[in-house]
Unconditional design. Structure first.
Length: 150
C-alpha cells in the first residue's frame, strides 16, 4: 500500500465507515438501538449500508467516467458506456428489500472491481489503483455480507 497516495488511502478507508457502522449495528443490537434513538433508523443496520452503497456505486461510475476521458476513439466510447454500469446497477437492483438489495450490492461491488481492473489494464487508472480497490472492495463486501447474512 506504500504506492497508494496517503490521502487516497485515508479517504478511501473513511468511505468504508458507513458500511462498517452498518455491520457493527447488525452485530451489536444495543448499538443499533442507540443509533436509532440518537440519529434515526436509516443510519442503523443494513439500511445505512444499502443507501450508502447505492450512492457509492453511482460515485464510482463518475470515477470510471473520468478515467474514460483519457481514452480515444472506440476505446473512449467503450469506457463511457462501461462507466455507467455501476450507477445503473444500483438504480435497478436495490429496490427489492434489504436481503436482495444487499446481495445485489455485493454483486455490484464485485463487478465494479472487474471494471476497475479493466480500466487499470487499459492504462486509464493510476498504477496504484488496483491495490486500493482490492482493499476497499474486500472491506465493503465483508461489511455488506454481515448486513445480509448475520
Amino acid at each position: 500500500m506504500q504506492d497508494v497516495p496517503r490521502s487516497a488511502l485515508i479517504l478511501g478507508l473513511a468511505g468504508v465507515l458507513p458500511f462498517s457502522w452498518g455491520a457493527l449495528t447488525v452485530l451489536v443490537p444495543d448499538l443499533a438501538d442507540w443509533t436509532i434513538r440518537t440519529i434515526g433508523s436509516r443510519f442503523a443496520g443494513p439500511y445505512v449500508q444499502l443507501f450508502y452503497g447505492a450512492v457509492i456505486l453511482a460515485f464510482m461510475s463518475g470515477v470510471l467516467w473520468g478515467f474514460a476521458t483519457k481514452a480515444e476513439g472506440p476505446g473512449a466510447a467503450t469506457g463511457y458506456a462501461l462507466s455507467t454500469v455501476p450507477a445503473l446497477w444500483a438504480f435497478f437492483m436495490t429496490g427489492g428489500g434489504p436481503t436482495s438489495a444487499g446481495i445485489a450490492l455485493i454483486a455490484g461491488f464485485l463487478a465494479l472491481l472487474l471494471l476497475d481492473w479493466q480500466f487499470w489494464r487499459w492504462g486509464l487508472a493510476p498504477a496504484w489503483w488496483m491495490k486500493l480497490r482490492v482493499l476497499l472492495t474486500g472491506l465493503v463486501v465483508l461489511c455488506l455480507a454481515i448486513g445480509v447474512f448475520a
